[in-house]
Design a protein around this ligand. Structure first.
Ligand SMILES: Nc1ncnc2c1ncn2[C@@H]1O[C@H](COP(=O)(O)OP(=O)(O)OP(=O)(O)O)[C@@H](O)[C@H]1O
Ligand SMILES: [Mg+2]
Length: 236
């Protein structure tokens, strides 16, 4: 397994948000994490990327215990997160934002190659290369956040609601791009409100409810699961 969470708890102050969750992501997979608002999806992502400390339990990545590893060292090991709410640098240009994502990288030629790849995946960003990040539309900022996360050449890409705030056509597109990124060799853990899309693109998925994993299965199994349909797919 590339990533393994074993009984992980995370608290905010005295309130426990994750009550011991276990999940795995195999190399080459797209794994989706779905659940209602406040279920703990972003908290799970933060625990994996190291932005939030783990209370109990263990996180293993690529054969190493990273439970207590600093966030920046996890990036070097190959974990990269595109955070919820974008979090790009508004005063920097599109190109500078992308280059910031490559701060762990040393070989200029490779960084240029990856810039090219980001621009190939997101032609819209190429057109706006010199525009300040903060002046991009919401959807364009979302693309920039995903593009920037890719610039560290991660083994594991963590995407927290990449379709948030996007128009329906762009939602399709961003999911197509996620599949393409995956087919180019990057493992993906994806958090989504858009359960329909996420489950139809993911190899496997987990359902999170108030800090606990309550269900797991193939994307297809969960798509056709009556309880999942009722709660998350908005179909009667
Ligand atoms: N910084 C914080 N301080 C205190 N409580 C927090 C903090 N961040 C999250 N929480 C709480 O932890 C729980 C899980 O939040 P989290 O952001 O992980 O949910 P989520 O599944 O990502 O929800 P959403 O779909 O709305 O993004 C919620 O009850 C939330 O209020
Ligand atoms: Mg969230």
């Amino acid at each position: 397994m590339l990533l393994e969470l074993d009984n992980v708890t995370v608290s905010y102050g005295r309130i426990e948000a994750l009550h011991g969750i276990s999940l795995t992501v195999g190399e080459g997979e797209i794994v989706a994490l779905i659940g209602a608002n406040g279920a703990g999806k972003s908290t799970t992502m933060r625990a994996i990327s190291g932005l939030r400390p783990v209370g109990q339990g263990k996180i293993h990545f690529d054969g190493q215990d990273i439970t207590k590893m600093r966030a920046d060292l996890r990036v070097i090991r190959g974990v990269s997160q595109s955070p919820e709410g974008r979090g790009i640098f508004p005063g920097m240009t599109v190109r500078e934002n992308l280059e910031m994502g490559a701060y762990t990288r040393r070989v200029r030629a490779e960084v240029d190659e990856d810039l090219q790849r980001a621009f190939d995946l997101f032609p819209r960003l190429k057109e706006r290369e010199k525009q300040a990040g903060g002046t991009l539309s919401g959807g364009e900022q979302q693309m920039l956040a995903v593009g920037r996360a890719l610039m560290s050449r991660p083994k594991l890409l963590l995407l927290d609601e990449p379709s948030m705030g996007l128009a329906p056509m762009l939602i399709q597109q961003i999911f197509d791009i996620i599949v393409e990124i995956n087919q180019q060799g990057t493992t993906v853990l994806l958090v989504e409100q858009n359960a329909q899309q996420a489950l139809s693109r993911a190899h496997r998925a987990y359902v999170l409810e108030t800090g606990r994993i309550v269900k797991e299965g193939s994307g297809n199994d969960l798509l056709t699961d009556p309880a999942v349909k009722d709660a998350y797919l908005g179909v009667a």
